[in-house]
Design a protein around this ligand. Structure first.
Ligand code: HEM
Ligand SMILES: *[C@@H]1O[C@H](CO)[C@@H](O)[C@H](O)[C@H]1NC(C)=O
Ligand SMILES: *[C@@H]1O[C@H](CO)[C@@H](O)[C@H](O)[C@H]1NC(C)=O
Length: 288
């Protein structure tokens, strides 16, 4: 990366973070959106009416990210998953999931940088995000590591079912809720087992934080609600009537989100899973 682009990235980051802090403060003083009115009028999902779900067809591009695959399955971004403009993606992440505009913009700029593309001019296909140790990393909640499953749009159904079954919380209506502690526990298991069965396993500090951040969308954006998570993660489909569980007027900010991300990351105890890891290793190496 050239000196001038590093400098402009630095100023961009400072600007985004300042904007994000401002939005976080505004969220504290402004009223939350009313239940049933979180998705803004005029955008897909307004009033709980999501564009039709169609599973991907042969030749469509999908990726390791369930959030973006879901948007493609509903035609919120191109159903083919190809030729997605970075600039157009930003406001759609904002309106679909109520990520704050600073957070949406930051994530999409980050993806453009990772792919060495121009945010303003270029487009990308979803599968480009599968670049291993770009954002994609080992020890994920829902997918086998790249070394074991090179096609990263393949979800590992037993992992998803195990995560959904791990919920220990309940909301006022008695629904099952996944808590940040549940996520820490499951990520601890994933990491310990992946480390044992994948000889190419790697997970830098940077990727650990990414892993906790991706996973923190479960308790935050989806409110931990297992009924919704079932549809989103197993089928990459938005349930009818769904809206983001983030009701703040300026959406989920990075500043607010990082509390949950760090609580998840620092709550992970891989050591608790030593036995499960040994067992998985025996199973993986046992002669068939
Ligand atoms: C431009 C925006 C986004 C990019 C570039 C992106 C990229 C990625 C990538 C590369 C991964 C794989 C990480 C891994 O190896 O586990 C991932 C995972 C994930 N993403 Fe996204 N994502 C974006 C937006 C979203 C949104 C809007 C949501 C949800 C509302 C979301 C939810 C998730 C979740 C839950 C995972 C974890 C999957 C797992 O652990 O198996 N992402 N994302
Ligand atoms: C994000 O969404 C809000 C409405 O929820 C809208 O007012 C704002 O302009 C959007 N920001 C961007 C960058 O699209
Ligand atoms: C990857 O897996 C998906 C989902 O199972 C499948 O539709 C797609 O064709 C696969 N892609 C490749 C290149 O094998």
């Amino acid at each position: 990366m050239s000196f001038s682009s590093s400098v402009s990235n630095f100023f961009f980051d400072v600007w985004i973070m300042s904007w994000d802090v401002l939005l976080t403060l505004l969220n504290l003083v402004r009223r939350k959106r009313r239940i049933g009115h979180v998705t803004p009028e005029g955008y897909p999902g307004y009033g709980g009416h999501w564009p039709e779900f169609k599973p991907p067809r042969e030749g469509d591009s999908r990726c390791c990210c369930p959030g973006l695959n879901t948007m493609a399955n509903h035609g919120i971004i191109s159903r083919s998953g190809r030729g997605i403009s970075f600039v157009e993606l930003t406001p759609l992440i904002n309106t679909t999931y109520n990520f704050g505009p600073s957070f949406s913009s930051y994530t999409v700029h980050f993806a453009a940088r990772m792919l060495k593309k121009s945010y303003k001019k270029d487009t990308f296909d979803l599968d480009e995000l599968d670049l291993h140790n770009g954002i994609e990393h080992d020890g994920s909640l829902f997918r086998l590591d790249t070394a074991l499953e090179p096609n990263q749009s393949v979800k590992h159904v037993p992992f998803i079912e195990e995560v959904l079954a791990s919920a220990t919380g309940k909301d006022k209506e008695g629904r099952d809720i996944i808590t940040p502690k549940d996520i820490s526990r499951m990520l601890g298991k994933r990491r310990a087992v992946a480390r044992a069965v994948n000889s190419e396993f790697s997970l830098s500090f940077f990727h650990r934080v990414f892993s906790s951040a991706n996973s923190a969308t479960l308790p935050k954006i989806f409110g931990g609600r297992v009924d919704d998570l079932h549809s989103i993660f197993l089928h990459e489909r938005i349930p009818d009537g769904w809206e983001s569980r983030i009701r703040q007027p300026y959406g989920l900010t990075l500043t607010h989100f990082q509390k949950t991300v760090l609580a998840i990351e620092f709550g992970i105890r891989e050591k608790d899973w030593a036995e499960a890891a040994q067992e998985a290793k025996r199973d993986a190496t046992a002669p068939v």
